[in-house]
Design a protein around this ligand. Sequence first.
Ligand code: AMP
Length: 233
Amino acid sequence: MSLDTADPHPVTLILLGPPGAGKGTQARMLEQKHGLVQLSTGDLLRGAVAARTAAGLAAQEAMDRGELVSDRIVLDILTDRLNQPDTRHGVILDGFPRTEAQAEALDRLLEARGRRIDAAISLKVDDEAMVERVSGRFTCASCGEGYHDSFKQPARFGICDVCEGTAFKRRADDNAETVRTRLSAYHAETAPLIDYYAARGALTEIPAMGEIGEIAAALDALIERLGEAQVSA
Ligand code: AMP
């Protein structure tokens, strides 16, 4: 897909899936391969919490409990990010929208910018596996490479495979109890968006219990198809 500055239609993708489905991992890979910008409301909110902004302070309690932050706060933070010029070549929304009100607000935000959703991609996984996946994950504090206590330790203990950093971090909400609350929030508030996007003909479902590389290949193929559809439109 053409993503140069003259592209009259920047691509907008949504990644849907419960915590641990691999949205962040796949979004980072798409960013590197296709020049899209990953917009993760979770990352934006964690940044606001760390910077102790008013939005961050208001969001922190819900985040610590694994509950959703209010639509108002999330929409403000997302709108600010979407207004930054690097997003004009195309974005992957990771962790947004999470409620029907957010999905409707996103439609309006994109329409006002002459854009629309190209694909909402639902990553299909088993919930129980997600509790183990999320509870054991950690990342390199320097480059963000993801690891896991059981599935993917660095090749050399305590040294990042990618950047050789030696500091690692875990998210405060990546514990078994909070993951269960996050999964419940996903099923109650976010899973209905699968039907929302299916009704608009924008939904693609991708099985996501396999290898990271296989899932990435399925996403690459989808982006190719979107590009071809655009050329022939
Ligand atoms: P994530 O990094 O996407 O797993 O998000 C971490 C936490 O940030 C969630 O458990 C919520 O508390 C909050 N959060 C992130 N994105 C949203 C959103 N779109 N709507 C409401 N809360 C969100």
